[in-house]
Design a protein around this ligand. Structure first.
Ligand code: NAP
Ligand code: G4F
Length: 339
């Protein structure tokens, strides 16, 4: 039997790593789309699985998407590419919208004009719920996005559903809540914390700065979540699904648990921007208002009942295990950088 062919956009990102690994295990021929930059491409993709076929393309350039689809003739497209850092979406709102909103439309149009039978997965986000109307959030919850990124993802979600309704395409969204891993970018709060904590443990750093400690997120493990992406495209009918853990923790708890992992428990003192985290009277965490957002998403909590019922999916990794996995990976990485 011929191997199924999958195109994964955003191959250099966290989810691109875990999804391509899963698809290779399932026997797919995997194409990973990357965008050109000034760094040497071999150097950039050097650490990635050698079985992935890399192909250049950019979500801002529709001609490149048509070329990619013509060339590889995929059965399934997983659209993971995005400007995904919420904070940056305020400083670069136009390019964020061009990539994260219109990029979805370009890919859908490219699919429609090359082969509308290609199954399409859109990486939708819990950021769409923003200033939440309901707790927990499910597929019926209204959106109230709080950032240019969130607004772009709402467009991506709606246009995906619209192409499904208008052209009978197998186009679906996974509405994924925050998912993390040792492959998470260092700008995102979880990896920033685990990497800083590892450096403190190894004597490479004294203190690090954060913004809003009281924001709550429903944090899962990326390795668990990519399985849901694949399952969504294996169903008889296209549909949208919330993927979450149904457990929320604050940034503050994530910091505390990370320090507990290295046996350096901390206590908090002070309030607002003067609050500090201390280990044995030594300040290890400070607040820097630069990391606050113009409009915050205070709390996210997902109800994944529909995914559980229809896909048989459930998260496997618990919060404490996720934190431990990330701290230990950062300790290992920082130790080897030291050598
Ligand atoms: P990520 O690590 O930031 O990866 C984003 C990827 O998109 C990178 O490979 C990046 O390539 C690529 N990209 C950016 N602009 C592009 C363009 N114009 N053309 C082609 N590729 C482009 O994100 P992630 O955490 O893996 O998330 C994957 C997707 O899920 C994203 O769409 C994100 O918005 C969404 N999502 C993530 C979460 C989460 O918690 N992780 C939750 C919900 C939804 P470069 O290396 O060239 O920058
Ligand atoms: O880690 P974050 O930057 O992730 P955020 O904004 O929740 O977005 C991530 O999850 C979304 C799904 O809900 C994805 F769609 C999106 O692509 C991305 O993957 O921030 C988490 C929270 C925020 O409330 C932020 O204000 O942490 C708070 N925070 C506090 N101090 C900080 C910091 N965030 C960052 N990045 N850096 C800080 O120093």
């Amino acid at each position: 039997m011929n191997k199924k062919i999958a195109l994964v956009t955003g191959i250099t990102g966290q989810d691109g790593y875990y999804l391509s690994k899963l698809l290779l295990e399932k026997g797919y021929e995997v194409y990973g789309m990357y965008r050109r930059n000034s760094m040497d491409i071999n150097e950039r993709l050097n650490n990635m699985d050698k079985r992935i076929n890399f192909i250049d393309g950019d979500l801002t350039d529709m001609a490149s998407l048509i070329r990619v689809l013509h060339k590889i003739k995929p059965d399934e497209v997983y659209n993971l590419a995005a400007q995904s850092f919420v904070h940056e979406s305020w400083t670069q709102p136009v390019s964020t919208s061009d990539i994260t909103a219109l990029g979805v439309l370009r890919m859908l149009e490219a699919i429609k004009s090359t082969n509308p039978k290609i199954k399409f997965y859109q990486a939708s986000s819990s950021e769409m719920f923003g200033k939440v109307y309901k707790i927990p959030q499910d597929e019926e919850t209204l959106f109230y996005p709080r950032s240019p990124y969130g607004c772009s993802k709402v467009y991506g979600f709606n246009i995906t559903r619209n192409y499904r309704d208008s052209y009978d395409m197998f186009a679906c969204s996974g509405i994924l809540f925050n998912h993390e891993s040792p492959k998470r970018g260092r700008q995102f709060v979880t990896r920033k914390i685990t990497n800083s904590v590892a450096k403190i443990k190894l004597g490479l750093l004294d203190v690090f700065e954060l913004g809003n400690l009281d924001a709550k997120r429903d944090w899962g493990f990326a390795g668990d979540f990519v399985e849901a992406m694949w399952l969504i495209l294996q169903q008889e009918n296209p549909d949208d699904y919330v993927i979450a853990t149904n457990e929320a923790h604050s940034v503050r708890e994530f910091v505390e648990e990370s320090f507990n992992t290295i046996d350096m428990p901390i206590t908090w003192e002070g309030e607002g921007i003067d609050e500090v985290g201390k280990h044995n009277d030594k300040i290890v965490v400070k607040i820097n208002p630069e990391f606050y957002r113009p409009a915050e998403v205070d709390t996210l909590l997902g109800d994944y009942s529909k995914a559980n019922k229809n896909l048989g999916w459930e998260p496997r990794t618990k919060f404490k295990d996720l934190v431990k996995m990330m701290v230990e990976a950062d300790l290992k990485e920082e130790e080897s950088n030291k050598k």
